[in-house]
Design a protein around this ligand. Structure first.
Ligand code: SF4
Length: 367
């Protein structure tokens, strides 16, 4: 049986979703195939990165035992964990416990002289507040299963690490105190969340929780479609957008005229008011200034290897491409998605680097 067909249980990912919003939890449980839940390329890459980080983290615990039982086989995983505990494993990866109708698989359960250290592995470069409920539900279920958890840690990537191998890749942050502070709330929260998944879709007010700690994938379903919603204002992140909404400013048109805004946001407001694209007079000069540096670099790369004619041709091509981009961007951009634009930029940057790195190669052949 897959997790999607076990609506009566909570898991740590479901608990974290329910901590953010009951409606998000309900949809994740009852609509596991919703298109909003299909990860896009960027999210899938983050998932894959997280899995890889987890695998590397396991190498930090010699003689650790992996609970290598299919995820959906809750009972089999719990039994394998009990067996590893009885065998005295120094560390158990994916240690699995089921209590209060909540199933958790702990990234690393490390045996210590005092008891057990429960470690949640994250691919972030710091410990964040959102990690605390995640760790707390695991500590609760592990303790309910008879495990003497005396410490909780988040093991995340270290900002001090330098490629290829300078400094430790991981940093371990003790979160025992905030987790202990949250634990008294966990039983009631579990009951609330179990009621949610066993009942109809709950009605939930929209709010800041729709954006934090993660942007909810169901925003387009819950939020009314409002033209020029305030969240589309330049540089208005979730926090700022929500502050505007609390002030009754739901669209860009609602912004009071005397409100101080950054220049691009002010231009956006003017553009909507006047119903036209606004091109500031300084834009052309700014583009030329920016292109001057790029052009100089191209000249320095191309001229010594291919000569003056090729260098002038390269600069001419860059100028033509800049003018074409300026003139036709409105028409061209809708034809290309982000991945295509990134690929084109990659080809250009790759070509420049290739020109730099292979200069000696060309010279050798010339000899
Ligand atoms: S958009 Fe907001 S209210 Fe709707 S499910 Fe997501 S978090 Fe809940």
């Amino acid at each position: 049986m897959s997790e999607g067909s076990k609506p009566q249980y909570l898991s740590k990912s479901r608990f974290v979703a329910g901590w953010q919003c009951p409606a998000l939890l309900w949809r994740k449980v009852h609509e596991p195939d919703a298109p909003e839940l299909v990860p896009d390329k960027a999210l899938q890459d983050r998932f894959d990165q997280g899995v890889h980080v987890g695998e590397v983290a396991q190498t930090r615990f010699p003689d650790g035992v992996l609970i290598d039982v299919p995820y959906w086989d809750f009972e089999g995983r719990v039994a394998a964990t009990e067996s590893a505990l009885e065998d005295g494993a120094p560390a158990i990866f994916e240690a699995s416990f089921l209590a209060d109708d909540v199933f958790v698989a702990v990234d690393v359960l490390e045996r210590t002289d005092e008891g057990f250290n429960l470690i949640e592995v994250k691919s972030s470069t710091s410990q964040k507040d959102e990690h605390i409920p995640d760790a707390a539900i695991q500590v609760h279920v592990a303790r309910e299963s008879g495990i003497d958890v005396d410490r909780a840690e988040i093991m995340h990537l270290s900002k001090e690490h330098r490629c290829p191998n300078i400094g430790d890749l991981f940093q371990r942050t003790d979160v025992t105190n905030p987790v202990e502070g949250l634990l008294p709330l966990i039983p009631e929260e579990i009951n609330k969340q179990l009621e949610v998944i066993r009942g109809p879709l709950p009605e939930v007010d929209l709010g800041f929780h729709c954006f934090e700690p993660r942007r909810c994938p169901f925003i387009n379903r819950c939020w009314p479609e409002v033209e020029n919603h305030i969240s589309t204002l330049y540089n208005a992140g979730p926090k700022k957008a929500w502050q505007y909404i609390l002030e009754g400013i739901n669209t860009i048109a609602d912004i009071p005229a005397d409100r101080r805004l950054p220049a691009p946001a002010r231009r956006q407001v003017r553009s909507l008011e006047e119903g036209r694209m606004i091109v500031e007079p300084g834009l052309a000069a700014a583009i030329i200034l920016h292109r001057f540096g790029v052009g100089l670099m191209l000249w320095l790369i191309v001229h010594p290897v291919f000569g003056g004619r090729a260098a002038w041709l390269t600069l001419f091509a860059m100028a033509a491409a800049t003018i074409a981009g300026f003139e036709f961007s409105e028409w061209l951009l809708p034809l290309a998605d982000d991945a295509f634009i990134s690929a084109v930029q990659g080809v250009i940057v790759g070509t420049i680097i290739h020109g730099l790195v292979h200069r000696g190669h060309v010279d050798r052949h010339a000899d």
